[in-house]
Design a protein around this ligand. Sequence first.
Ligand SMILES: [Zn+2]
Length: 208
Amino acid sequence: MEFQAIAQSLVEAGSFLAGQGWAPATSGNYSARLADGTVAITTSGRDKGRLTPADIMVVDTVGEPLTPGQRASAETLLHTSLYRTYPELGAVLHTHSIDGVSLSRWLLGRGQDTLVLTNYELLKAFPGITTHDRDVAIPIVANSQDMVALSETVLARLRPLATPVGYLIAGHGLYSWGATVPQARMATEALEVLVSCALQALLLDRTP
Ligand SMILES: [Zn+2]
């Protein structure tokens, strides 16, 4: 029962995120922690706007498949490493939006490895933030196909942050999370919109 409900919530998150254009060409992956500590996660290569519960598999805490015959996403380790580090996390969502991919790539290419979001009302969408007047740091890390190294880099960047809400992989996409799938979905939507606002601000600044 628990798995079915979680799987259904991940299906609905996928429908929403893909509907926003944030999961092109089957990209992205979505997960949620189950009560026994294992993790329900989308299988590799599925259209994220047309998921069914059959497209959700179970992996252990180090990302090894527990569902026979299913292939886990290459990025599964980026999910399970977050669950191992942050006990309060219940869901992790990963998107590949045009703005997130473009802005992260542009910033890191110019040596800027953090996107600081400040003075946005939508910051209040994140747990524990009650005012627009806050700096929220979003680390930007270089892309890699080495998931062990990438997950270690990500955790090293997140650990110093008091309220980590997400991170960007340059030229790749966004990871965000929450205590539940709906909360992770809200955080992801807020971050994607704020990333777009940051990109718009940069473009406006460069307009003569
Ligand atoms: Zn990805």
